[in-house]
Design a binder for this molecule. Structure first.
Ligand code: HEM
Length: 376
């Protein structure tokens, strides 16, 4: 099978197995007029976008005329003839959408609170925010890119792309049957991630449920994106034992420093001959693990990225485009990142440089319906 169903109670691209490639984009709305007119334009856009996404994910071209010799074809064509490569197109609404422009301020979910400043982040506004977001994932980079490009094109009179990010080498497994991939630091990533087919954990930590103050979000989830640059050169000069202490895991096997196999449960209480904890106090997994956080868990679904070099230093501009899904970012991503930002040994080697928070509504259940229909 090379296609993922588009219609369903949840959007694809969250619980469904992570594909190899990512094309992520955010868009700002440019429609003018009264709040009502702008909202109508948004409604029309989302109806068109939804139909186009349903078609593209099943390997079909963007609906419209593709043969009229006197008009530009509806579909740009670069994915024509390619299999859908498990393309998923996941849609989200940004915090900036819930303002007076659209008269949506009172429909804003409490959980969609702007992310606070989370030191030591140094965010670039040109790589942050956006009224709408699209996460396109596929096993073929051209197929994923084709999706964000064509949605921008279809929305020409209503939206402009604000920023985009390509990702390769999925940086977190989210399924029991997947082999754990490695991030650009060379470590296995996703070992203790939530698995998309674990419905109990998904309901508990990822899907928005009855607790929400906004019923249109039930069955949806909140996407946090962080462009995290790695200081690759410094990392590559660090000695192996220290690299392993930064994460609290062995580099090659992925096992916790208290175990011998990848999926062994870390023993955070174990002490070495020197009386020090075997998994160091500032190790990434000690700080991030649910056992040490009052049970907080998130679904990670990030990708590695590289975008040439950083002009100032000549170092590679590369790292992790972190994506996490959760039912309440205030109590999950923000709580976790507060703790990591203060103490994580990894901070010496990373810097958060871009950020976004998006409310991903529930899935579209049938043809003719559209994303965020209940909101608009
Ligand atoms: C675990 C890498 C950023 C949350 C891990 C693991 C690695 C890793 C190698 C161990 C394997 C695993 O269980 O997946 C990285 C890198 C990062 C980064 C390279 C930045 C470039 C973050 C951020 C968060 C986070 C920003 C959340 C705010 C977690 C969690 C775990 C984890 C919850 C599971 C811990 C456990 O239960 O044992 N990460 N991570 N990570 N990371 Fe990260």
């Amino acid at each position: 099978a090379d296609r993922v169903p588009f219609y369903g109670t949840h959007q694809a691209g969250i619980a469904t197995p992570a594909q190899d490639r990512l094309a992520f984009a955010t868009y700002d709305i440019t429609a003018t007029g009264s709040a009502q007119e702008k909202r109508a334009a948004l409604r029309t856009l989302l109806r068109t976008w939804t139909a186009a996404a349903a078609a593209m994910t099943q390997g079909r071209t963007v609906p419209g005329d593709n043969t009229d010799l006197n008009a530009p074809p509806a579909d740009t064509g670069e994915a024509y003839g390619l299999p859908p490569a498990n393309l998923t197109i996941t849609f989200g609404l940004g915090t900036s959408l819930f303002d007076d422009r659209f008269g949506l301020a009172d429909r804003r979910p409490a959980a969609l609170a702007d992310l606070p400043h989370l030191p030591p982040a140094d965010l670039d506004p040109d790589r942050s925010g956006g009224d709408l977001a699209i996460q396109a994932c596929a096993d073929d980079p051209l197929v994923a890119f084709h999706a964000i490009r064509n949605l921008a094109r279809i929305g020409r009179d209503t939206v402009v792309m604000r920023w985009s990010q390509l990702g390769f080498g999925k940086a977190a497994s989210n399924g029991a049957d997947q082999q754990t991939p490695r991030n650009l630091m060379g470590f296995k990533d996703g070992t203790r991630n939530i698995h998309g087919d674990d419905t109990a954990l998904m309901d508990q930590h990822v899907w928005v449920g009855k607790e929400t103050d906004q019923t249109w979000m039930r069955g949806g989830s909140y996407l946090v994106a962080r462009r995290i640059q790695m200081r690759i050169e410094g990392w590559d000069r660090d000695y192996l034992a220290d690299q392993q202490n930064v994460f609290g895991r062995y580099k090659y096997s992925g096992a916790p420093l208290t175990g011998s196999k990848e999926f062994d449960t870390p023993d955070f209480k174990a002490k070495g001959a020197d009386g020090q904890p075997v998994i160091p106090a500032k190790a990434h997994i000690r700080l991030a693990a649910h056992e040490n956080n009052g049970g907080i868990r998130i679904l990670r679904r990030g990708y590695s990225f590289t975008d040439g070099i950083v002009a100032a230093s000549g170092e590679l501009d590369a790292g992790l485009f972190f994506i996490a899904f959760q039912k309440d970012p205030r109590e999950q991503f923000v709580a976790l990142q507060r703790k990591l930002g203060m103490n994580d040994a990894l901070n010496e080697y990373i810097q958060h440089v871009g950020s976004g928070l998006f409310a991903c509504p529930p899935g579209v259940t049938a043809p003719g319906r559209s994303w965020a229909e209940e909101l608009l």
